[in-house]
Design a protein around this ligand. Structure first.
Ligand code: AGP
Length: 607
């Protein structure tokens, strides 16, 4: 959703800001803007269009060594030029860009209006500019003014402030919305997402909640809202500039699908222990005794992360014989959940920014629950809130549709299941079988990827379908849900997932020649049951695409996608890949904007 970028240093800020904003486009936005100091004045450019429109509008004559930029996803007020950030105070001295939501915005706007201030936009952010201006009395620093203003604010923010009267500094603040400072040679970068700055520097500092920083070209100083100085140690980000480039691919989703074998190797690296037939997950900070005392595991995530959690629940139950389930994090805090001290909660998020998941973690912590993060983005809000957990090491995921992160989520949960299993009843021989199965997976995924032409042909045969069913059983049920989700989000074809045995309890009424079903048929103990499912569908004239690792009777299905045999417990990881490719090629045939599907954002940072 919204994105922030800032620059102060020795080069021209305008191209740095525009390039940074372009790198943030993948997050989803509806308007963009920037402000720089030019000839002693704030020069602001905004558009209700794309970053390219902004680039076209910025005058070539404007140069500056300091500036701030923003991509906005509308929450307060429609997506037009006036509501786009940056917002200014009445005198035009102070410009702010802001991510997050100011909850007492209405109250603040009323107070400002009563004090004679005219607000020109419908946004919550504009109030911040006026508040800071009101606090910037003679002699006070911009940082002091920001601190005082923020003490009146309720809500979440990643905030970047530029004052034309202090062009050698920027002030930044964070509460619930990420802010990272990038350290260069006599230049500093600020962003809400390292994607915007990684081509300039990999040395970064993540601000913590309620922290404020003054950033100058030669460094930064941080303190908390209650005025305590803080010391930050810079870290090096894993990602490199090339990770954000398409390379030979037409879009990021296809690139990320093909990166899965390598991404999977990364998440497994150093975490498989052949000698003791177990997993090593140092980041979870739980010793064998603590792991033994876990009575239940509950996975929480949204969308695909929730489906990955369902895969995790099946894996943990099978491998560790500990009861496990998954719940959408978006529902969790609204139902006043019973939080149990003997349950291990796992918060799952690629971005680490999903507000619903973050709120679920906060609710859990408030109630004394122990929660681990399974997060891809290091330094993200959920990773920091959880404090310990498993990083997914999938590398940057740009396409809105999650692929390689989901695969690494499921693989991490296999590791977690293996680890808990091995401190309980799982034998060394069983553990070795799972370790070997995980080791074999990247190469098996390569075999699936090699079938892309076949999958694209099948997608071509079904691209005019208006509705589709995805059918799976037990381990394959979350795979079916994730497959249907992928198809819906990028091709806009309506898809529903059902458990195979549920078909006869209702949905079978919808089966006819216009309702194709993707049926998952792993070669496991339920193979013959799944054959019967296909027969039931075929008997009612429904076309079937079978995804299988077994030997299906000839001509049973209308189309077949083969996946290699793997360790049965790990089938969900392998079965997911062809469904990603099928959705991708359906969307491609239908001419969709695959990386940026309509109405969706990569990081959902609003309720
Ligand atoms: C996945 O394809 C979707 N874009 C979406 O469901 C996503 O998984 C969900 O919004 C959660 O995102 P997160 O993993 O970044 O928390």
């Amino acid at each position: 959703m919204c994105g922030i970028v800032g620059y102060i240093g020795r080069r021209d800020a305008v191209p740095v800001l525009l390039e940074g904003l372009r790198r943030l486009e993948y997050r989803g936005y509806d308007s963009a803007g920037l402000a720089v100091v030019y000839r002693g004045k704030l020069q602001v450019t905004k558009t209700a269009g794309r970053v390219q429109d902004l680039r076209d509008q910025v005058s070539d004559r404007v140069h500056s060594t300091v500036g701030i930029g923003h991509t906005r996803w509308a929450t307060h007020g429609e997506p037009n030029e006036v509501n786009a950030h940056p917002h200014l105070d009445a005198a035009g001295n102070i410009a702010v860009v802001h991510n997050g939501i100011i909850e007492n915005a209405e109250q603040l706007r009323d107070q400002l209006t009563a004090a004679g201030v005219t607000l020109v936009s419908d946004t919550d952010t504009e109030a911040l500019a006026h508040l800071i201006a009101a606090e910037k009395t003679d002699g006070s620093s911009l940082e002091d003014a920001v601190l005082r203003a923020l003490r009146r604010v309720e809500g979440t923010y990643g905030l970047l402030v530029l004052d034309v009267r202090c062009p050698d500094e920027l002030v930044v603040a964070r509460n619930g919305s990420p802010i990272v400072l990038g350290i260069g040679e006599n230049e500093m970068f600020i962003a809400s997402d390292v994607a915007a700055i990684v081509r300039h520097t990999q040395r970064v500092v993540y601000l913590d909640d309620t922290e404020v920083a003054t950033v100058r070209s030669n460094g930064y100083q941080t303190r908390t809202l209650d005025n305590q100085r803080t010391n930050k140690t810079p870290t090096t980000v894993e990602a490199e500039a090339g990770d954000y480039e398409l390379g030979p691919y037409a879009d990021f989703m296809r690139k990320e699908i093909h990166e899965q074998p390598e991404a999977l190797r990364r998440v497994l690296r150093g975490r498989l222990d052949e000698r003791f037939a177990t997993a090593r997950l140092g980041g979870i900070n739980l010793d064998a005794r603590e792991l033994r005392s876990v009575r239940r595991v509950k996975f929480l995530g949204c969308g695909s992360a929730y489906y990955a959690g369902q895969m995790g629940a099946v894996l943990v139950e099978e491998l560790a014989r500990v009861p496990a389930d998954a719940e959408p994090a978006s529902e969790f805090r609204y139902r006043n959940p019973v939080v149990d001290a003997e349950t291990l909660y796992v918060a799952i998020s690629q971005s680490g920014e999903t507000l619903d998941t973050l709120m679920a973690v906060q609710e859990l912590k408030r109630k004394g629950g122990q929660v681990l993060g399974a997060v891809n983005v290091v330094g993200s809000a959920i990773a920091r809130e959880c404090g310990h957990g498993v990083f997914l090491h999938a590398g940057p995921e740009i396409a809105v549709a999650s692929t390689k992160a989901l695969t690494n989520m499921a693989a991490s949960f296999a590791l977690l299941g293996l680890l808990i299993g091995r401190v309980r009843d799982m034998s060394a021989a069983e553990g070795s079988r799972i370790v070997a199965g995980l080791r074999a997976l990247p190469e098996q995924i390569n075999h699936v990827l090699a079938q892309e032409d076949n999958i694209a042909t099948i997608a071509g045969q079904f691209a005019d379908a208006e509705h589709m069913f995805y059918i799976g059983r037990v381990r394959a049920w979350p795979v079916a849900r994730e497959g249907a989700q992928k198809l819906k989000e990028i091709s806009y074809v309506h898809a529903e997932a059902y458990q195979a045995s549920e078909l006869k309890h209702g949905p079978l009424a919808l089966i006819d020649a216009s309702m194709p079903s993707v049926v998952l048929v792993p070669d496991d103990e339920l193979f013959s049951k799944n054959i019967s499912t296909i027969e039931q569908i075929k008997a009612r004239g429904g076309p079937v695409i079978a995804v299988t690792s077994g030997d299906l009777p000839a001509d049973l299905a209308d189309a077949v996608i083969r996946v290699p045999h793997c360790t049965p417990e790990l089938d969900p990881i392998l079965l997911t890949i062809p469904l990603q490719m099928f959705a991708y090629h359906m969307a491609a045939k239908l001419g969709r904007d695959i990386d940026k599907p309509r109405n969706l954002a990569k990081s959902v940072t609003v309720e």
